[in-house]
Design a protein around this ligand. Structure first.
Ligand code: HEC
Ligand code: HEC
Ligand code: HEC
Ligand code: HEC
Ligand code: HEC
Ligand code: HEC
Ligand code: HEC
Length: 345
């Protein structure tokens, strides 16, 4: 019923749109697909990248010291600047991009010596201040030049922007001048561009975009895994330690609950990619009980819990603290956690 109504609304909007088409108005996905667009602006993925001048961090007072190196990030006019100095010299660059909205942290990417650099210090919401960028702790810089940050290879910079933005990659090359920041509609619905162009040109698109809801559970896991990393990527390249808690496709696939074709355990059974992640634990109970209720009958022994009948994820999907990231991540390896158990990898 809901989907028929939805289709009717979409078609109605399409007709309204058609009436205006002659005026060559710019048409966007959001005008027609209201249901997917309504809460999209607030979702973390939409804001995965912003211009540094627009980042919601303090304008001044962001400093950090490591050995002889002193860091400072501050606003000057409508730009933000990244500076590092030792006793004698200073290297200072305007920051182009801020990666990550800062649910946990935000990392800065800027041009230096004709290359893209990832700043050595990042902002962390939890401490409302700067600390080393995740991964930077492993290296101790020997010079001011090294203390700036990590020089990104052409390939690494392409990958950064391709995961955090839309339209960054064209003909195999990086186009930061024309990208749209954040994971927008067309980043996931790649074939929707022709669909949109169809409306813009003739009001009757020849092709409909592929329905991502028709992907199997495993295909969807790999789809989200282009950015969240796939099971096989982590299984072959690691990390084989507690840091792999951030890679949900890997963790979830290792759960006893996981079944590559059962839709009740797909990413979108628990997450709507068109809105922000739900933080209330009770929200997920119905997802677990879809299998663990004892009523469905047809699965191979999805058992009942003897301990509790609600707030399942609070015990079975524990939050794992990664101190370098100043954040706790949700372990998607659904399991019984007993005191003293080692973190399964
Ligand atoms: C002028 C209105 C309009 C615009 C603009 C538009 N769409 Fe659509 N879209 C439709 C209609 C109508 C359908 C067919 C809906 C149906 O059959 O339920 C559709 C179908 C789809 C589908 C397949 C869904 C299905 O149920 O088969 C996807 C995915 C989609 N659109 C995404 C997008 C994206 C992403 C954009 C922007 C790049 C976009 N659309 C722009 C009207 C529009
Ligand atoms: C193009 C890359 C990309 C794809 C594809 C992608 N994600 Fe993400 N996702 C991100 C990035 C980047 C972030 C981090 C956003 C931030 O915090 O700035 C993120 C964050 C999230 C979050 C946390 C949001 C929040 O508000 O904290 C959820 C949940 C999520 N993604 C689920 C999914 C699911 C489910 C899929 C598959 C349907 C998916 N993602 C596909 C890049 C992607
Ligand atoms: C992070 C990836 C991602 C982003 C960004 C995204 N979508 Fe989707 N979208 C999906 C997935 C995955 C599904 C299928 C959900 C499911 O499993 O039921 C979907 C479903 C849809 C559908 C229903 C048709 C279908 O594929 O089954 C429409 C229409 C749609 N999206 C439009 C949009 C629009 C419009 C935007 C931007 C406002 C958008 N999407 C942004 C991943 C995304
Ligand atoms: C393969 C895709 C991919 C690449 C490449 C990538 N990211 Fe991300 N990034 C993600 C996803 C997915 C998330 C959300 C999940 C998480 O926090 O691990 C994320 C989260 C983040 C966050 C927020 C972390 C937090 O603490 O919440 C920052 C900051 C970030 N990325 C910066 C970068 C920078 C800078 C680069 C390039 C040097 C980069 N990312 C490259 C996919 C990617
Ligand atoms: C697609 C069906 C399905 C879904 C959805 C599902 N599970 Fe499971 N789960 C299973 C099956 C099958 C097993 C293996 C048999 C058993 O122990 O019940 C299992 C095992 C478990 C176990 C025992 C694991 C162990 O290490 O012994 C726990 C705990 C569990 N699930 C909790 C949950 C919670 C909490 C949720 C929701 C966040 C959930 N499950 C969602 C099917 C599912
Ligand atoms: C207060 C923490 C807590 C909550 C909340 C909780 N569980 Fe459990 N659950 C446990 C513990 C502890 C065990 C292990 C019991 C044992 O081995 O004696 C367990 C065992 C299980 C098992 C394995 C059963 C078996 O016989 O092997 C499943 C499946 C499970 N829980 C599912 C769920 C589901 C679904 C929910 C929500 C409806 C839930 N749990 C809520 C703590 C919890
Ligand atoms: C059975 C339910 C369930 C499934 C299936 C599931 N998630 Fe989650 N996910 C959760 C819960 C619960 C949270 C924590 C929400 C909160 O407390 O903020 C979460 C949080 C996240 C976050 C935010 C970062 C974090 O660590 O809290 C990302 C990103 C994410 N999930 C991605 C995925 C991806 C990708 C898939 C598919 C491979 C997936 N999830 C499948 C339940 C699920």
């Amino acid at each position: 019923m809901k989907s028929i109504l939805h289709a009717a609304v979409v078609i109605f909007l399409a007709l309204v749109q058609a009436t205006f088409a002659d005026s060559a108005k710019v048409v966007t996905c959001r005008q027609c697909h209201r249901r997917e667009s309504g809460q999209f602006e607030e979702s973390g993925m939409t804001n995965a990248l912003v211009l540094a001048g627009q980042a919601e961090i303090p304008d001044s007072g962001l400093t950090f010291r490591q050995g002889p190196f002193f860091y400072n990030i501050e606003r000057r006019g409508n730009q933000r600047w990244y500076a590092v100095r030792d006793g004698k010299n200073t290297i200072s660059e305007p920051i182009d991009w801020a990666f990550g909205l800062g649910v946990a942290g935000q990392t800065y990417v800027f041009r230096h010596n004709s290359a893209w650099y990832e700043g050595r210090v990042s902002y962390y919401r939890e401490i409302n201040g700067l600390d080393l960028t995740v991964g930077a702790r492993l290296e101790v810089p020997g010079s001011l030049e090294e203390a700036v940050g990590r020089r990104l290879s052409v390939r690494a910079s392409i990958e950064c922007f391709d995961c955090h933005a839309t339209g960054a990659l064209r003909d195999g090359a990086l186009h930061t001048e024309s990208l749209t920041p954040g994971v927008q509609c067309q980043r996931c619905h790649a074939d929707a561009d022709t669909h949109l162009a169809g409306f813009q040109q003739s009001n009757k698109p020849k092709t409909l975009p592929r329905r991502l809801s028709q992907l199997t559970t495993e295909e969807l896991s790999d789809f989200c895994g282009q950015c969240h990393r796939t099971w096989s990527q982590i299984a072959s390249d690691g990390p084989q330690n507690i840091n792999n808690v951030r890679f949900q496709p890997y963790r979830l696939t290792n759960s006893k609950c996981y079944d590559s074709i059962d839709r009740r355990i797909r990413c979108t059974a628990c997450h709507n990619p068109h809105s922000d992640v739900v933080h209330s634990v009770g929200f997920y109970d119905s997802r677990c009980l879809a299998c663990h209720s004892g009523h469905t009958g047809n699965e191979e022994g999805a058992k009942l819990c003897k301990v509790a009948s609600q707030k399942c994820v609070s015990c079975h999907m524990p939050k794992i603290r990664i101190s370098d990231a100043h954040n706790a991540f949700t372990d998607h390896w659904i399991r019984v956690v007993k005191p003293g158990d080692l973190y399964p990898i």
